[in-house]
Design a protein around this ligand. Structure first.
Ligand code: APR
Ligand code: PHB
Length: 395
């Protein structure tokens, strides 16, 4: 058995794990990142794409802004659609100049991996089966089993950044955590199309046949979504059927409809809400999707991951530099305040925009009134904008 040591053992090379490792390096704290998949898999997987203002500021202030500033698409507004009409929410005007930036999660991942490797970071891809040990005690460890051999890494702390399907959360003793969960009776069919975006901003469309979202990834790639059934079979969606439905739901009274292009990727995105409390057990800290899942309508997933590890990095710095554990003790409660507000917003956006199959006629009328209100009241639009560009990061 090979043994090694690190200050912080990190499981998972998603936005949470890599950004944490980068922060820790800037603070002179050693970490090892263990990732089950290949580097190529991590860099190519199509995931989220909207960065809040605070996430952009974080990437810039930690030296990761150069390609983001060149290739990221800054959006100062979004559009909501109702009855084939578009209503613009002027995000920047309503938030004192804040904006969102469209930059694929896999681009953030590429930048982070390149930077960690340039800084001689210890990233271990395809690392085999990972398990965590001794998290309730003073010296936890990670074990990595591969090809019949086992490596052991002794750590001061472990960060569980291994996403929704990871092993860190299930390693915490039963009864120590409470799971708060809520399911939605629909999912999204998402496509990536080789087509130049024909709108400048994202369009969230409420339609009687179901919600549709017009988004993008680059000057030549459009990203589109359709509300579908929770267990939708993606094979039932031929390219022709997908485009027809996108035209029906997104098409506007002024004649605009999405430009078609070759469909490069098609998949189903589930919709659920989950929060784990607390986000810590002993010396194991959970961050990102390992601790919480939000429905994608609020575009919060990647941003919550970034906010968690910001709090964790500051707390670990206080521990190592100032010998203070107060921030580590507050990690979970501080993160959860933001997480619950993101859940509130994401649920609200979801219920505002989707077709609610089983809703009573009263509930449908109420939903339309809510859409009418948010598209006609500056106060309501300002609340949407404040949440969409991201609440301030608090410590
Ligand atoms: N051992 C090692 N690595 C693992 C294991 C394991 N047992 N299980 C999962 N992983 C890896 C995954 O392969 C993935 O690369 O952990 C990483 C988790 O990354 P993400 O799922 O991207 O989670 P996170 O970093 O929290 O970022 C949240 O991802 O799902 C999107 O919309 C979500 O944008 C949000 C973001
Ligand atoms: C995306 O571009 O993938 C995207 C944009 C906004 C969302 C969700 C996903 O709310």
């Amino acid at each position: 058995m090979a043994r090694s040591e690190t200050q912080v053992g990190i499981v998972g090379a998603g936005p949470a794990g890599l950004m944490l490792s980068h922060w820790l390096h800037l603070y002179g704290i050693h970490s090892i990142v263990l990732e089950a998949k290949t580097r190529q898999h991590c860099e190519e997987r199509i995931r989220a794409g909207v960065l809040e203002q605070g996430s952009v500021d974080m990437l810039r202030s930690t030296g990761l802004g150069s390609r983001l500033d060149r290739e990221g698409m800054r959006h100062e507004g979004i559009e909501l659609g109702l009855n084939r009409r578009r209503y613009r929410i002027p995000l920047s005007e309503l938030t004192g100049g804040k904006a969102i930036t469209v930059y694929g999660q896999q681009e953030v991942i590429k930048d982070l991996i390149a930077r960690r490797l340039a800084d001689r970071g210890d990233l271990r891809f395809e690392c085999g089966e990972v398990s965590v040990h001794g998290i309730g005690g003073p010296r936890p460890s990670l074990r990595v089993a591969r090809d019949g051999a086992e490596d052991e890494i002794h750590c001061d702390f472990i960060a569980g950044c291994d996403g929704f399907h990871g092993i860190c959360r299930p390693s915490i003793p039963q009864g120590a955590l409470t799971e708060y969960e809520s399911a939605f009776p629909f999912a999204w069919l998402g496509i990536l199309a080789q087509a130049a975006p024909s709108r400048d901003e994202l369009l969230y469309m409420h339609h009687e046949r179901g919600f549709a979202l017009y988004s993008m990834r680059s000057p030549s790639l459009t990203r589109l979504y359709l509300q579908c059934r929770p267990n939708e079979d993606v094979d039932l969606w031929s390219d022709e059927r997908t485009w027809n439905e996108l035209h029906t739901r997104l098409g506007c009274a002024d004649g605009w409809r999405p430009t078609e292009g070759k469909i490069l990727q098609k998949g189903i995105t589930g919709m659920r809400s989950l929060v784990i409390e607390p986000m810590q057990f002993g010396r194991l800290f959970l961050a990102g999707d390992a601790a919480h899942i939000v429905p994608p309508t609020g575009a919060k997933g990647m941003n919550l991951a970034m906010a968690d590890v910001y709090v964790l990095a500051q707390a670990l710095r206080a521990h190592y530099q100032d010998n203070s554990t107060a921030q580590l003790e507050q990690y979970s409660s501080l993160c959860l305040r933001r997480v619950w507000k993101a859940q509130r917003f994401s649920t609200w956006m979801t219920m505002l925009l989707h077709r609610l199959e089983d809703a009573s006629p009263f509930e449908r009328r109420r939903q339309l009134a809510e859409l009418d209100y948010v598209t006609s009241s500056r106060a309501a639009a300002a609340s949407l904008a404040e949440n969409y560009v991201g609440l301030a990061m608090e410590l």
